[in-house]
Design a protein around this ligand. Structure first.
Ligand code: NAD
Length: 411
């Protein structure tokens, strides 16, 4: 299924519940602007290389557009379009004053030198610098992009528009970044998992958790839940997956990953399992925190966890979502579960605009408050309307964007 078809299905379910008119649905589904550009650079070898870059600016009814920039060989317009609309609903669910956008370059960063990536990034800014900025559209890191790249974006943008740290978020802390931005998505996933467990009347200490993905989101989620006395029984990444019913030593796993360029392969503190086995492991909470589309109609029936937390974007396909729902599995949807990242990005933007430095305690406190509030609103709507958490989250997000569109006026 195409990525945009999946988000469309979830949107339609919410629009139905909200009784939105056909014309409002069309307006909300259609991107405000879609840009495709060619980026040509000279490789270190002197050869010419060209790449295609995209920026989809989906909807700015609630504020400036906000969304990550992804470097991956499979990036295409359909994926970027789908992720841009997810951002619109995500910023609305947590009620931060942004719209939604997404960008990407079809490039394999692992096949480029750092200098080549810098040239690509600066050239991309050269071609689209008039289309983004602090009050217009604010990019951030995503898969394949790093804080250093955000620093290059800020620097290149400044050559055209002057000192503008708020033109991009996810920058290094020592270059106008926010303390705690790196942990924010995982912290949010962890804190929302605890809220859901409490709401479901389940005991937190000893909760058995399985996590797919041990990158930025997976590591911080694992640390947070370990500190809350949950038991991380299985973890996997692209290089290997491991299981230990008594609980994996998370600190040992982190040490292993750090010593092996982030890879889990070779870890000896658990039994080796396949990634498919990880998704079907006996546990209380399953957290896909790697790729989209990993739980499909083909494997949804084998998921044994009663709770799935969508830390990755779109890890559960709509057909699989229906199968999980019919089996009583509770799914906390991506537009709420991983919204900690964009919420902290908002803090960074506020900090940059104030020319002031936030402290870590303030970042954590505000993050927990905003996510906790959004969770309660989604939970209440889900209970009062008897709909799954995903539909409730979309109803909250889509409803807020529709309302802002009406309040802004269409003449
Ligand atoms: P990352 O690149 O830091 O880590 C990705 C992890 O997934 C790595 O451990 C990698 O080995 C693993 N992985 C890749 N392919 C895999 C496979 N086939 N099987 C198992 N594991 C595999 O990325 P991240 O920043 O942690 O993001 C993870 C997900 O969360 C993505 O879907 C991303 O869009 C989403 N997300 C991230 C943030 C953020 O702030 N980083 C915010 C919102 C959503």
């Amino acid at each position: 299924m195409r990525a945009s078809d999946a988000t469309r299905i979830y949107f339609d379910r919410a629009a139905e519940q909200l009784d939105l008119s056909e014309s409002m649905r069309r307006l909300l589904l259609t991107a405000k602007r879609e840009v495709q550009v060619q980026i040509a650079i000279e490789r270190d070898s002197g050869e010419l290389a060209t790449f295609i870059g995209y920026r989809v600016q989906h909807n700015d009814a609630r504020g400036p557009l906000k969304g990550g920039l992804r470097y991956h060989p499979q990036v295409d317009l359909d994926e970027v379009r789908s992720l841009a609309s997810l951002m619109t609903w995500k910023t609305a669910v947590v009620d931060i004053p942004y719209g939604g956008a997404k960008g990407g370059v079809a490039i394999d960063p692992s096949a480029c030198s750092l200098r080549e990536l810098e040239r690509v990034t600066r050239k991309f800014v050269d071609t689209i610098h008039d289309l983004f900025g602090p009050d217009v559209d604010i990019p951030a890191p995503d898969m394949g992009t790093t804080p250093d790249m955000m620093a290059w974006i800020m620097n290149q943008y400044g050559k055209y528009h002057g000192f503008s740290p708020a033109c991009v978020t996810g920058k290094p802390v020592e270059y106008h970044g926010l303390p705690g931005r790196d942990e924010a998505t995982g912290r949010g996933v962890g804190s929302l998992t605890l809220k859901l467990l409490s709401r479901l009347g389940r005991k937190i200490p000893g909760t058995r958790v399985a996590i797919q993905g041990f990158g930025n989101v997976g590591t911080h989620t694992a640390k947070y839940l370990r500190d809350a006395e949950c038991k991380i029984v299985a973890v996997g990444d692209a290089t290997g997956a491991f299981h230990r019913a008594e609980g994996i030593d998370v600190l040992e796993l982190l040490r292993h990953a750090r010593a092996n360029a982030g890879r889990l392969a070779g870890f000896t503190g658990g039994d080796t399992i396949s990634n498919a086995e990880l998704l079907a492991i006996d546990c209380d909470v399953l957290i896909p925190a790697a790729l989209g589309g990993v739980i499909t109609a083909a494997n949804a029936a084998s998921v044994r966890s009663p709770i799935v937390i969508e830390a990755a974007n779109a890890p559960v396909e709509p057909d699989a979502d229906d199968i999980l729902a019919s089996r009583g599995v509770v799914v906390l949807p991506d537009i709420l579960a991983n919204a900690g990242g964009v919420t902290a990005s908002w803090f960074e933007w506020v900090q940059n605009r104030q020319h002031y430095q936030w402290g870590l305690d303030r970042v954590r406190g505000e993050l927990d408050r905003i996510l906790g509030q959004a969770f309660e609103q989604v939970w209440q709507l889900s209970t009062s309307r008897q709909v799954p958490l995903r539909t409730a989250a979309y109803m909250l997000g889509v409803g807020r964007v529709a309302r802002a569109t009406v309040l802004g006026g269409i003449t």
